[in-house]
Ligand binder design. Structure first.
Ligand code: NAD
Ligand code: ZN
Length: 358
């Protein structure tokens, strides 16, 4: 059976697009209990963008703390409970990076599905559609704006709520919003996109559809991170927003691979942010993705990004084992990277060996 994917319904792309958010949420104000929830990265609370949120007196404007750790099921449940005290919103808009977009996607589902979000970590476990969800990225690379998953860390695992209702209804891509991301974070999140494309291509679920998106995103990544006009420029901010979307589409129609399987372990045990964890892992994966890793290292050098080395010298055997156990459970990623008989090539000891390279 072939996968049957759902796409985002509506997209606004272009500078100044953020100013259309008010009109977009107004279109839905008569639905449910007639109020809008804005979930905003708390980084913006004292920034100009924090003052531009088009909330009305009856709305809920929640600044979400995503600095200490990646989104958790507990955090999503708490936000959901506070919203339901007021009623069922007409729509939820998430404004921030992949973390806030995932929280927005998850909360929109959890206001209509009973119990803890940890019950729904997995494929097609959600029972009912959520409320209308809008995503406004402020940093680009994860592809969370187009993907079918809301990645959450729960009591037992880091795994997405994945089903067709997870897909955002509307996205608003305004390149002005990503203009001032600090260089290291810009790079780490941007490399998430690059790595999505490499991993999507180098595995058995790769197909003409996923490759077309991936090739386009890779071309844009090379312009942004490697070639003559590389850097955080006006033109490149526009390109990166599109690359992120295309990279996300590529992996949605294929799969991620070794780097993401390892990166989930790193994030679970050490709470490293996704883009950073990917960079730490990918840097050591020259055996599996030789050309991609070579090009990645050129990009690291180009922007003089500090990537820590020899981290594993400080890791205990128990920490390495826990990471390997999280990682090996991501069977779909290993299957994609090594084929149906992946268990003949990869086992818990090989995975521990990969972590010890880092
Ligand atoms: P993020 O949302 O975790 O934010 C990273 C940092 O950048 C934060 O400190 C944030 O405050 C800051 N930031 C965001 N916008 C900024 C701006 N305009 N200016 C200055 N600082 C800004 O970053 P991310 O890399 O976009 O997202 C990572 C998360 O996305 C992880 O939780 C990961 O699991 C998830 N993810 C989801 C998918 C998916 O398909 N759903 C795919 C990949 C990653
Ligand atoms: Zn990723």
């Amino acid at each position: 059976m072939l996968k049957n994917f759902k796409n985002v319904e509506k997209t606004v792309f272009g500078r100044g697009g953020f100013d259309q958010l008010g009109a977009i949420v107004d279109e839905r104000r008569s639905e449910n209990d007639c109020f809008t929830v804005f979930l905003v990265d708390n980084y913006f609370e004292d920034k100009p963008l924090g003052q531009r949120i088009p909330s009305k007196p009856d709305d809920m404007l929640l600044f979400v703390d995503i600095q200490a750790h990646e989104p958790t099921t507990e955090q999503v449940d708490t936000i959901r409970d506070s919203i339901l005290k007021k009623g069922l919103p007409s729509c939820i808009a998430g404004i921030g990076g992949g973390s806030v977009l995932d929280i927005c996607k998850a909360v929109s589902l959890m206001v209509t599905n009973e119990g803890s979000s940890s019950l729904y970590q997995g494929l097609n476990l959600i029972k009912k559609p959520g409320v209308y969800a809008i995503g406004v990225p402020t940093i680009a690379g994860t592809g969370a704006e187009v993907s079918m998953t809301a990645v959450l860390t729960g009591p037992e695992k880091k795994l997405g709520l994945k089903c067709e209702w997870t897909v955002l209804n509307q996205i608003l891509l305004d390149p002005d919003l990503i203009a001032n991301v600090p260089t290291n974070q810009w790079f780490y999140t941007g490399m998430d996109c690059y790595i999505h494309c490499i991993e999507s291509e180098k595995g058995i679920f790769n197909n003409a559809y996923s490759t077309a998106f991936g090739d386009q995103a890779l071309r844009l990544c090379r312009e942004i991170f490697l070639e003559e006009n590389a850097g955080q420029t006006f033109e490149n901010d526009e390109k990166l927003m599109v690359a992120s979307l295309m990279g996300g589409s590529s992996l949605t129609y294929s799969e991620v691979g070794v780097c993401h399987a390892l990166s989930y372990g790193l994030s679970y045990v050490f709470e490293y942010r996704h883009g950073f964890a990917n960079c730490i892992a990918f840097n050591q994966l020259g055996d599996y993705y030789p050309e991609g890793v070579r090009e990645f290292k050129d990009m690291v050098n180009r922007f003089q990004i500090d990537l820590p080395q020899n981290l594993s010298a400080d890791w205990s055997d128990e920490e390495v084992s826990r990471m390997a156990e999280i990682s090996i459970r991501l069977e779909h990623m290993w299957h994609h990277a090594f084929g149906e008989n992946w268990k003949e090539k990869i086992n818990i000891e090989t995975i521990k060996g990969l972590f010890r390279r880092m």
